[in-house]
Design a protein around this ligand. Structure first.
Ligand SMILES: [Zn+2]
Length: 337
């Protein structure tokens, strides 16, 4: 739920961002803060505050406001809450995150991120403390009309492109004997706007209550009125990913001496969708392709030319936005950068 690079047990808390009453910078609060920014002892991480840190903490205080209240993040139970697409108060319905048409249709186990991030074996799924997700990965996050709208308009195309991409990734893997770092794709003929709107919904689904919509109310129309562009300070990122794990993250901050990245993520092979917040001073998440422009396409519009290089990565790390394969993560565990 927050980010440092390996999340080991020798982490030293330096700040927290989820408590709206906190200034987020130097406060320490022993009453189980849900989100913390951590720095490992011995790393060169930021004794000097990185550029954008104040912007990032202010933004996260807003986007995570109320995270300590019930039903804040991908709630597993039916309840009355705030729809993540239209903001209405309604009896919320279960939404697969990502869509079941892309393979998210099997039973899964769900674990909160913090125990994994602070484990000295962050790649091993915990033996205890997980909860079953019978219907697949998801949560009660959408009102019925929004759920049906997305299901009827965007999900079929999303599932078909996911299946085609999976085949292509498997083919490249079989030909080379190892995973590739990027794929040159010809996506002509695909309804890329509809795929991107389904992808955008997955990162809206992992928002906290209606906090994303409160700050960016235009997002409702981006989903419900095809062709509406993203607000200029948001960036929809896409990475092709391998593996059997899903990873969902509400907005988090990734900080290093060069600067801060604030983003949320919904990942399950073959797609990882990310929403980067590009407020002044913040950078976009690396190892993602910017597909924000796909949203400019109207419904069922199929561009004749659509060449794109998509980065390929793995989802094995519990750290949001980390696409390194297990071998690289393990090699870096003791010392990191
Ligand atoms: Zn709704």
């Amino acid at each position: 739920m927050r980010r440092d690079d390996e999340g080991r047990s020798d982490d030293e808390p330096v700040g927290q961002t989820a408590n709206p009453s906190s200034d987020g910078l130097n406060s320490t609060n022993n009453e189980a803060p849900p989100i913390q920014l951590l720095v490992r002892v011995g790393d060169n991480l930021p004794r000097v505050t990185p550029p954008g840190y104040a912007v990032a903490t202010d933004l996260l205080a807003e986007l995570l406001d109320g995270i300590d209240r019930p039903h804040a993040f991908a709630p597993p139970d039916r309840h009355t809450g705030l729809c993540r697409i239209c903001g209405a108060t309604a009896t919320l319905t279960f939404e697969h995150i990502p869509p079941s048409s892309a393979g998210n249709d099997r039973r899964a186990r769900s674990s909160p991120g913090l125990p994994l991030l602070t484990s000295d074996q962050p790649l091993n799924f915990p033996k205890t403390g997980w909860t079953p997700a019978q219907r697949g990965v998801g949560g009660y996050v959408l009102c019925k009309p929004c759920n049906e709208f997305v299901g009827q308009r965007y999900i079929l195309e999303y599932g078909q492109l996911a299946a085609a991409l999976r085949k292509q990734v498997d083919g490249a893997f079989a030909a080379l004997g190892h995973a590739v770092g990027g794929l040159d794709l010809d996506l002509a003929g695909w309804a890329l706007g509809d795929v991107a709107r389904a992808g955008l919904v997955t990162v809206m689904d992992v928002a906290v209550h209606d906090r994303l919509l409160r700050r960016y109310p235009e997002l409702t129309n981006v989903v419900r009125q095809p062709g509406t562009p993203l607000p200029s300070t948001l960036r929809l990122g896409l990475t092709v990913v391998l593996g059997t794990r899903a990873r969902l993250s509400s907005p988090v901050c990734q900080a290093d001496p060069d600067g801060c990245v604030v983003f949320s993520e919904a990942a399950l092979a073959p797609f990882s969708w990310t929403l980067s917040f590009l407020e002044p001073g913040l950078r976009s998440l690396p190892h993602t392709a910017d597909v924000s422009e796909w949203l400019h396409h109207g419904q069922n519009h199929r561009p004749i030319h659509a060449q794109l290089k998509l980065p390929v990565g793995a989802v094995v790390s519990p750290t949001p936005g980390d696409y390194r394969p297990a071998s690289l993560i393990e090699a870096n565990l003791p010392t990191d950068r």
